[in-house]
Design a binder for this molecule. Structure first.
Ligand SMILES: CC(C)(COP(=O)(O)OP(=O)(O)OC[C@H]1O[C@@H](n2cnc3c(N)ncnc32)[C@H](O)[C@@H]1OP(=O)(O)O)[C@@H](O)C(=O)NCCC(=O)NCCS
Length: 137
């Protein structure tokens, strides 16, 4: 199956995917984020990702998810690279994100794309998360 990743402002699709993948209680105001959707050959949305500006030179990879039937095809890695490429063209110097501690697929994907674990000055999502950073230049 071939997949395409495209920028989107189709917030309805993003909300539906987010709910299917993360469940209730993990809503995002996608209008405040830059978002991408992944579609399969049948034009069916199977994944999404987003990033958000934090300061002038730091971008926060805010959310990514892939429906179970499309997992294992390298889409998370592609979505990370898509966002890093966009962040570079926008002039950001650094990308940050966080994961829960039991998400080995995300650890693998982030490390493959150059992210390293770091200890932030302020644990903005709480002490139980892992924090990741990648300098873009
Ligand atoms: C996490 C998630 C986005 C991964 O999506 P995906 O498209 O299947 O990921 P990829 O196909 O790019 O694979 C990621 C890598 O993790 C690896 N991986 C998968 N499960 C793994 C595990 N249990 N242990 C170690 N590595 C694992 C894959 O093998 C792949 O590495 P590889 O390319 O060297 O084989 C998807 O499972 C998902 O949406 N989960 C629910 C929501 C979520 O956790 N989002 C991320 C929040 S940070």
């Amino acid at each position: 199956m071939e997949y395409r990743i495209r920028r989107t402002r189709d917030y309805h699709t993003l909300i539906v995917l987010n709910k299917k993948i993360f469940g209730e209680g993990f809503e995002v105001d996608f209008a405040k984020h830059i978002c991408w959707v992944v579609k399969d050959e049948n034009n069916t949305p199977v994944g999404f990702c987003s990033y958000k500006k934090t300061t002038d030179d730091i971008v926060f990879l805010s959310r990514a998810g892939v429906l179970p039937e499309a997992r294992g095809a390298g889409l998370q890695v592609r979505m990370i690279r898509t966002r890093l490429k966009h962040a570079r063209t926008e002039g950001y110097n650094c990308a940050i994100t966080y994961t829960v501690r039991d998400n080995p697929a995300s650890f693998t994907s982030l490390q493959r794309c150059g992210f390293k674990l770091y200890i932030p000055e302020y644990e903005w999502v709480g002490p139980e998360q892992l924090y990741w950073i990648h300098y873009l230049y």
